[in-house]
Design a protein around this ligand. Structure first.
Ligand code: EPS
Length: 339
């Protein structure tokens, strides 16, 4: 089993995370981490802050000569935009500000938003580089694509650029839908026996845990409700790689809907919690759209969950052991299914 924790505030000194449960002998290079962090940071639609953040990182533990040792991997990602605490008494509607202030008893929204920020997803991407490596070493391949940006289906890069530029000019933000595909996963990850062991539920929790994600589908998703059973049972796209909470050897297909970032430059009506008077909540640094970045983070969050499920199924303390067990399992399932 893999487990991890992240820590840090959006404009605090640094982000930190610990990933525990990796086997020994997983080769992960600084270039692997840099590539995954850059895919997230440089995605279309990001705020001006991303030109400042470099997402430089330091791996503090758990590695020796470019490979994991089996000990916890700790990573530090300093914030280039670190700054002194700046209190705010106007909660941003649609963000964690107000419920967080009520829950934790603060009159200062910054004490909530600093941690609720999606900045911490840089940690997910850094750790995701390890999980992706583990999965690709055992034969899996990931990809993601934005299938809707606001109202536009399958936007081309030019269409996306234009939509983003128009929304930025209006001081507005855009949501959308992205799709993840993971091919080459061995059959039998997850389990049918309990709700919290079903892989679809685990992946749903991982992806709905990413800031701004409001909808989650596997395979045919919501559209399936209008299909007839006789048709659905014959179409492999229906299951999206999961049957009964387990991988079935087909491509895993997941989709997420992301809301538009609710903090906008144009502003939305709110109130000042010092005196209850109406106030405008404006955000000049929001991402115009976080959908492209979230698709990358979702690959990483899903990879962490899938790597965990793979380690549960195959066990093993070294990559060599795991790879051998996966090889034997693939041979056995191929013989059983005739594929
Ligand atoms: C975020 C708001 C923006 C984004 C930030 C996520 O930052 P700021 O707090 O400076 O307005 O730039 O994303 C990142 C910094 C990042 O690296 O992803 C938010 O409120 O979620």
């Amino acid at each position: 089993m893999l487990r991890y924790l992240t820590a840090g505030e959006s404009h605090g000194e640094s982000l930190a995370c610990v990933l525990e449960g990796l086997p020994a002998g997983l080769a992960v290079s600084p270039a692997d981490l840099r590539r995954e962090l850059a895919r997230r940071r440089a995605a279309p639609g990001r705020s001006a802050r991303q030109r400042k953040e470099k997402d430089s990182f330091k791996v503090l533990s758990g590695m020796h000569r470019g490979a994991t040792t089996g000990a916890p991997v700790a990573i530090l990602i300093p914030n280039a935009a670190a700054k002194a605490h700046s209190p705010c008494s106007v909660p941003r509607p649609g963000h964690a500000d107000l419920p967080g202030m009520l829950k934790y008893g603060f009159a200062d929204a910054a004490l909530i938003r600093e941690r609720a920020s999606a900045r911490h997803t840089a940690c997910v991407s850094a750790m995701g580089a390890f999980a992706l490596r583990l999965l690709t070493e055992t034969g899996a391949r990931f990809s993601s694509r934005v299938v809707r940006l606001s109202m536009t289906e399958n936007p081309s890069p030019e269409e996306a650029r234009e939509l983003i530029a128009r929304a930025a000019a209006d001081g507005d933000t855009l949501g959308g839908v992205f799709e993840l595909t993971c091919s080459g996963l061995p059959a039998g990850l997850g389990s049918h026996v309990h709700h919290d062991r079903r892989l679809g539920a685990r992946l749903g929790a991982a992806l709905l845990g990413i800031n701004g994600i409001k909808g989650f589908e596997t395979g045919g998703g919501f559209d399936l409700s209008s299909w007839k059973g006789t048709l659905a049972a014959r179409d492999r796209r229906v299951s999206g790689g999961l049957d009964g909470g387990m991988t079935n050897g087909g491509d895993l297909v997941l989709r997420c809907a992301m809301k538009p970032v609710p903090g906008t430059e144009a502003g939305v009506p709110s109130f000042d919690c010092r005196d209850g008077r109406p106030a405008l909540s404006r955000s000049s640094t929001s991402d115009v759209t976080a959908v492209y970045a979230a698709a990358v983070v979702a690959e990483h969050a899903a990879a962490l969950e899938l790597a965990s499920a793979l380690l549960e199924k195959f066990g093993g303390d070294t990559m060599d052991e795991i790879k051998e067990r996966v090889r034997v399992w693939r041979k056995k399932t191929a013989e059983l299914t005739g594929r």
